[in-house]
Write a protein that binds this ligand. Sequence first.
Ligand SMILES: Nc1ncnc2c1ncn2[C@@H]1O[C@H](COP(=O)(O)OP(=O)(O)OP(=O)(O)O)[C@@H](O)[C@H]1O
Ligand SMILES: [Mg+2]
Length: 479
Amino acid sequence: MAAAMQRRKLLILENDRALRRELEAVFSDLDVTACETSDQTLAIVRRTEPDAVLFDLGAAGEPAVAAQSLELLRQILNISPDTKIIAMTEHDARELSVAAVGLGATDFYHKPLDAGVLSIVVRRALRIRELEEENWRLRERTGAMALEGVIGVSDTMRGVCRAIEKVAPTNATVLLLGDSGTGKEVLARNLHRLSGRAHKPFVAINCAAIPDTLLESELFGYEKGAFTGAAKRTAGKLESAEGGTVFLDEIGEMPASLQAKLLRVVQERTVERVGGRVPVALDFRLVCATNRKLEALIGSGGFRDDLFYRISEVTIRVPPLRDRQGDSLLLAQFILQQLSERFGKPTRGLAPDAIRAIQAYRWPGNVRELENRIKGAVIMAEGAVVTAGDLGLEDPGDEPEYLNLRVARQRAEAQAVRQSLAVARGNLSRAAELLGVTRPTLYDLLGKHGIDAAQFGRHAPPAAGTPELPAKDNTGSGD
Ligand SMILES: Nc1ncnc2c1ncn2[C@@H]1O[C@H](COP(=O)(O)OP(=O)(O)OP(=O)(O)O)[C@@H](O)[C@H]1O
Ligand SMILES: [Mg+2]
């Protein structure tokens, strides 16, 4: 990999002209820019983004110059934080070089110039840069994120992960909204793992899986004799999470009577066991999740709005898999590899038709569905690779279509012309007005896209696939 790489970029900042020449010669195998430090230095850094800067900070006897140099060093790292800086100083300026390293320089070098030694120092810094890049590429390729068990390279998913990382250390109550199988529980576990409560329990309760009659005692616990069969005082799930995180999954399914009780618990951070009278103080962080539209549920009286505001101090929307560009294929490959190992079957790749099918499919069941289909395929597949058929998916055939910007623009333009003609019922003046162009321009557009305006005339049937424009655009006389 290293061999195929471009030549590394080195910027030499050296005010002594003769020395500059000498240094250029030492590093002639690199892509070298050499100059004095000046007002232009930062502009050069910005433009060239050097891999390394060999920076002559000056001598100890010139404090003003030294201060200026350190300030410049700081600014360089500000603009280009990955650049490796080697601070070069006069022999007597050790303190200056230490200060430089303190500000973020990678290494230092004390004059006089020994080409062999300096070369080693610079190349070592470049090697560090190379390793950092490799590490980056690896993370990109495997899609590994800081979150455990979360695979993805899409911008949408990166945004979600960043949000999780940010709120995790706080005590904020988090509401995770997303379709079934999008990974809400995985994210909830990461919220706990990345919080100060990580060493305390993570207690997950699925409100939909426990019958209404049992949910209350399950959550809040009960006193001895509270009901038939309550043989001894029993702590609820909330109590057992003491110091940790409570994950209330499918919160939208919680019955109304319990919602009121939960609201009190969340507000007062105390719980009363069923059949008990003494409130017990609790310390837990609450994370809730649902695939229901809570706002709609509130509208229809199915969910308390005061509870909603309490549990949604921070709301994170987990996007469906179809909105995560590039993730489905990556997840498929990752899961395939994991399952092949688990089932002791030799790693099989994905056949080209499977790759096409995975990208074209809409994944209504999201990551969970993807997991299930791949599990089935690993168990059942006979051949060396997993095919679309093994996944129970149809091969969409053609290569996925990638529109270049020109084609995309053309299509949008033609679409807009057709829409305006449909609304104007073929009236060219009106259509031109809707489009905000002159009549001659509209004529040109009709010719360019081969559109026949007469088709949209008064008595013509509405053209297939031409959606109505919004009502506000229907300002015409209205027939
Ligand atoms: N980004 C991801 N990377 C890897 N695996 C994932 C990812 N998201 C989800 N999964 C896996 O997919 C499965 C479903 O995830 P999870 O249970 O967290 O979804 P959910 O949103 O809680 O779904 P449901 O609404 O069905 O409860 C789990 O096995 C989980 O490990
Ligand atoms: Mg879940």
